[in-house]
Ligand binder design. Structure first.
Ligand code: HMG
Ligand code: MG
Length: 296
């Protein structure tokens, strides 16, 4: 049976903007974040403490932390010890670490093999948990890798298990390049629910091949009730060739609410948030619900 309520984790200010070539002014990002909060978003990735040489768009992470209202559960991403220290210095209490299942992707993204990343992150995660912080583990290339091809389900499950053993509170399991099918979504999320029933399990779909809504429905059937989505369908990882945006928050919220599943989020409110950034992003925003909203 499907859940009555679903938690949406808005990733627009982070995944949505990190791949944008135009530098989006910090003030605009803060207005975007505020409008998303006004729309009812309570969990959101605000920014990431990564190298500004690698991802210049996220170079204002400390200013975002200083300027954003911190309601609900605001996340920041951090790839390593330096990023975690900077995030904590900026007051972050919910840290998202990220690792790819495949070495080829992980090397392109954070310049380490998966094993090297795990070795560096393990003591960091233990320390964060000792200090009472919330740890979210984002698992990239959980289904397919742009360099290595299809990824075996058990490989993903075993990486997820390691994060659970380290004490992570949440797994956000990602179809980085939007290649998973609903059958693959159902299979992996069913396995993860069976293997790790006690961890918060979140699905993160990119919509490259327009299968993300179908994949969400499949994940719901597998027992998942948390989804990462991005207002306007913005998003993409600069180091994952061929990946386009995340599944759009407004389209996911519309689908779920129409199915009688509560999200606490207003579709119009999300569209108003998109209005704050639309003129600053270089890609057209043509999601179902934003198009309807614009056409009155
Ligand atoms: P590196 O070059 O190997 O770093 O990059 P290093 O450890 O050798 O350090 C080199 C320099 O960078 C040093 O400075 C460090 O201090 C500095 P220098 O001595 O040269 O002056 N440095 C940092 N500066 C700021 N913040 C930091 C930091 N760390 C080191 N945290 C590194 C390694 C991890 C830093 C780099 O590869 C990086 O920043 N990668 C981030 C890539 C990224 O942001 N990707 C997108 C997010 S993940 C994603 O989108 C996927 C997801 O959505 C799920 C999905 O869809 O799959 C989550
Ligand atoms: Mg992503």
């Amino acid at each position: 049976s499907l859940p009555k309520k679903v938690e949406i984790i808005e990733v627009g200010p982070r995944d949505g903007l990190q791949n944008e070539k135009n530098r989006v002014p910090t003030e605009v990002k803060l207005r975007f974040i505020r409008a998303l909060q006004d729309a009812g978003v309570s969990e959101m990735e605000l920014t990431s403490f990564v190298s500004p040489k690698w991802v210049p768009q996220m170079g204002d992470a400390a200013d975002i932390m200083a300027g954003a209202k911190r309601t609900g559960r605001p996340f920041v991403l951090a790839p390593n010890e330096r990023g975690i220290a900077d995030a904590r210095a900026a007051g972050a209490e919910n840290i998202a670490v990220f690792v790819g299942v495949t070495d080829a992707f992980n090397k392109k993204n954070i310049n380490r093999t998966t094993e090297e990343s795990m070795k560096q992150l393990a003591p960091q995660i233990r320390k964060l948990k000792e200090d009472g912080l919330f740890v979210r583990a984002c698992i990239s290339t959980a289904f397919h890798c742009p360099f290595e091809g299809p990824v075996d389900t058990e490989r993903t499950v075993s990486l997820c298990r390691r994060f659970a053993e380290l004490g992570a509170d949440e797994l956000s399991v990602a179809d980085t390049i939007g290649m998973a099918t609903p059958e693959e979504s159902y299979r992996l999320f069913s396995r993860l629910k069976e293997e790790l029933p006690d961890i918060l399990l979140t699905a993160h779909f990119h919509d490259t091949r327009k299968m993300a809504l179908a994949n969400i429905f499949a994940a719901l059937q597998a027992g998942v009730s948390r989804f990462d989505t991005s207002a306007g369908g913005l998003g993409g990882c600069p180091f994952a060739p061929g990946a386009t945006g995340n599944v759009a928050t407004e389209d996911v919220v519309n689908m779920l609410e129409r199915m009688g599943i509560e999200t606490g989020i207003s579709v119009d409110g999300i569209c108003r948030a998109v209005d704050e950034v639309v003129s600053h992003v270089s890609r057209p925003i043509a999601t179902g619900m934003y198009t309807l909203y614009k056409n009155g």
